[in-house]
Every structure is written in C-alpha cells, then in structure tokens.
Design a protein around this ligand. Structure first.
Ligand SMILES: CC(C)(COP(=O)(O)OP(=O)(O)OC[C@H]1O[C@@H](n2cnc3c(N)ncnc32)[C@H](O)[C@@H]1OP(=O)(O)O)[C@@H](O)C(=O)NCCC(=O)NCCS
Length: 150
C-alpha cells in the first residue's frame, strides 16, 4: 500500500505540493525541489499511498554527518505509517554517516514523538529558528554505527 520512490523530473512537483500543504514557514518551491535533483549529496523520496502522492523526505548526505531537511505527510494520509517508512528509508541511505540530525519546532509533538520512536534524541535548541510563528527549534540527532567502507 505504501510505495517509496526517488524524486525525479517526473514527480518533483508532487513533493512541492505536499510541502505547500504542510508548511507555512518559507516552504520550498517547486524550483527548489527541482534544484535538489542536481545536488549529488541530496536525496528526496516520495511516498505513495496506493497511487496517491502522500509524503516525502529530503536528506543531505555529507559524511560523517547527514541531515533531514524536511519530512512531511499530507494530513489525510497521516497515522498510517508513511513517515515511519520514510524515516527508515532515510536511515538506510546513511550507511557512510555516523549521525542523522534535524531541526523541529519545540511545539511539534507529532514529529518529536515520531523521531524519538526511531532513535533520535534532543541534543540542543536553536533560539527563534522558525518564523510564522516565531519559535525555537530542537536539534535532534540519531547516532549510528558507521559501516566500514572495506
Ligand atoms: C510528523 C508527521 C511527518 C508524521 O507523519 P505520519 O505519517 O502521520 O507518521 P506515522 O504514521 O509514521 O507515525 C509514526 C509514529 O509517530 C508518532 N506520531 C505520529 N503522529 C503523531 C501524533 N499526531 N501525535 C503523537 N504521536 C504521533 C507516533 O509514535 C507514531 O506511531 P504510532 O502510530 O504507532 O503511535 C506528520 O504529522 C506531518 O507531516 N506533520 C506536518 C509536517 C511536519 O511537522 N513535519 C516535520 C517537520 S520537522
């Protein structure tokens, strides 16, 4: 039922539509998603629920650290395990990295609960990191055992 595929020139506008639905604070535009396609350290995956675009995750792999820039699921597809599958996909991409980090609004309990479920913990806080509304961010990190390259 949940199918996850890499973002491409065919479907990047679907990621932008999900982003626009889910975020008020400087959402990435379709042009920004398109530009991600040409960055060799960037990976974006789109999750389909049946054949409907339902969520996405964008990560940057910059060993030894990796970051999740964004993850979102359309409201009508939430609590079906879609973000969980996207997180697992993101973690699977981080084999050469020893940490995966992200920022999250301190009031965003659904996301904080999700991240804690998958092994992220709060490691710091950024003052007034977000706009619309202004709010602090927690920095959350999942520490991973780096796989040996040989
Ligand atoms: C946070 C978000 C991505 C979760 O997506 P989702 O597909 O609904 O998450 P899942 O169904 O995989 O949930 C996995 C776990 O996360 C936690 N969780 C998810 N939504 C939750 C909620 N509303 N309240 C409490 N815990 C929640 C639970 O532990 C859940 O496990 P469970 O269903 O077994 O209880 C989604 O709510 C969303 O897109 N929110 C708006 C965008 C956003 O805030 N993105 C994060 C930016 S940092």
């Amino acid at each position: 039922m949940i199918n996850i595929i890499p973002m491409s020139e065919e479907n990047y506008t679907q990621a932008a539509a999900i982003e626009a639905e889910c975020f008020n604070d400087r959402p990435w535009t379709a042009k920004q998603f398109y530009e991600e396609l040409s960055l060799d350290f960037s990976r974006t995956f789109i999750a389909y629920y049946g054949n409907q675009p339902a969520g996405f995750v964008n990560i940057w792999l910059t060993p030894p650290a990796a970051i999740i820039n964004n993850i979102a699921v359309c409201e009508k597809y939430r609590r079906k395990g879609i973000a969980s599958e996207l997180i697992k996909k993101a973690v699977g991409e981080c084999k050469q990295c020893s940490s995966l980090s992200l920022e999250v609004r301190v009031s965003n309990l659904p996301a904080i609960t999700l991240y804690e479920k998958y092994g992220f913990s709060k490691v710091g806080e950024r003052k007034n990191f977000y706009e619309n509304p202004v709010e602090n961010a927690y920095i959350m990190t999942k520490f991973m055992k780096k796989e040996c390259a040989e």
